[in-house]
Design a binder for this molecule. Structure first.
Ligand SMILES: [Zn+2]
Ligand SMILES: [Zn+2]
Length: 353
């Protein structure tokens, strides 16, 4: 994620900010410019002009009316929704209970996902454009029947996220029950969209053989793999080949988990780069643990460049978190086979497989 500044007063802003705390300007994200901009009313019709693009004018996404989005629709478009919200399918009944609060949390995570997808200009088709495989998100509340639960998952471009995952207490309960070191809404979005991009960039793009060489044969029965994983768990030595225990379940899950990690790593490193972070531990004699993060990870040539910056950065940030009594920022180990899989995702995202 980039670091944004108010064009009016130079105040530092977060991606989710709705208005500038210093000068009071309303703020909008402009996906085509990958910039957050102060905006001013452009006369009639509810149109706004971004200070970052003074020649253009456009409307806020309809979801801004629920404070669930701060993006403008592309200039000249008559769409009611922005580039991120036009992929929404089912949204919860926001008149009920905490649903509005939970949906907003979902949207924070979803918009961060779309930031990355748009930075790489990955293919994005809506369900209206492609009724068979277009990307659509359904945010499902648990059904009223006793014992029934909405399930998070992906099928043919339809991504379902259980709304209850936006409840921090419930999410932590599930994280603990599943024995996971990390569980976030953003992680769910990055993982599930990984399944979608396996369909688009691997299966439908003739890259199955190259993918199977690293992730294994995805033709094996998914239902049996799921049962095996639930009954017996991950192999004892899983850390030598997989980024997470769940990734051992089936090559599809390995791909989605590794995809999610690639997005975690690139976006987090971009944030570190925006602050010019530098890691120089004094005790490291050969300099291997030093890193200056001064490149754009979204445009990095090789995965090795990213890894070389990521490992020292993570060691530093985990240490910082531990000093605060928190869990590690990145509670994972990247073994060489995992780095090779990340390299495949890197090449795939950049169209080089
Ligand atoms: Zn300002
Ligand atoms: Zn929107």
């Amino acid at each position: 994620m980039k670091l944004f500044r108010c064009q009016s007063c130079a105040n530092i802003l977060y991606f989710e900010n709705r208005s500038c705390q210093r000068c009071g300007h309303r703020l909008a994200y402009l996906p085509e410019a990958a910039d957050l901009s102060a905006v001013e009313p452009a006369g009639l019709n509810n149109e706004w002009t971004p200070l970052a693009a003074p020649e253009s004018r456009s409307f806020f996404c309809t979801n801004a009316g629920h404070d669930a989005c701060n993006w403008l629709v592309p200039p000249g478009s008559t769409d009611a929704f922005c580039l991120a919200c036009r992929h929404n399918g089912i949204i919860p009944d926001i008149s009920q209970g905490d649903n509005l609060t939970y949906w907003r949390e979902m949207e924070f995570a979803k918009h961060r996902l779309f930031y990355a997808l748009l930075r790489w200009t990955l293919p994005l088709t809506t369900r209206a454009e492609d009724p068979e495989h277009g990307l659509v998100f359904n945010f499902l509340a648990d059904p009223p029947e006793e014992g029934k639960k909405a399930m998070t998952g992906h099928e043919n471009g339809v991504i379902t996220i259980a709304l209850v995952e936006a409840n921090p207490a419930e999410r932590e309960k599930r994280r603990h029950a599943m024995g996971e070191p990390y569980r976030t809404l953003l992680g769910h979005f990055r993982h599930e969209v990984g399944h979608h991009y396996w369909d688009v960039l691997v299966r439908d793009a003739g890259k199955l053989d190259a993918c199977r060489a690293l992730f294994g044969d995805d033709a094996q029965d998914y239902g049996e793999a799921l049962k095996r994983h639930h009954d017996g768990g991950a192999p004892a030595d899983w850390q030598e080949n997989f980024v997470s225990a769940y990734a051992t379940m089936h090559p599809w899950e390995d791909f989605a988990e590794t995809w999610a990690h690639y997005l975690h790593i690139v976006d987090t490193l971009e944030m570190a780069s925006a602050f010019g972070l530098q890691v120089q531990p004094l005790l490291d004699a050969d300099g291997e643990l030093a890193a200056k993060i001064d490149f754009d990870p979204y445009a990095a040539e090789s995965m090795q460049t990213i890894i070389d910056a990521w490992l020292p950065f993570v060691f530093a940030m985990n240490s910082v978190n531990r000093a605060m009594g928190e869990t590690d920022l990145y509670p994972f180990v990247l073994a060489p086979p995992v780095m090779a899989k990340l390299g495949f995702i890197h090449d795939l995202v950049h169209g080089r497989v």
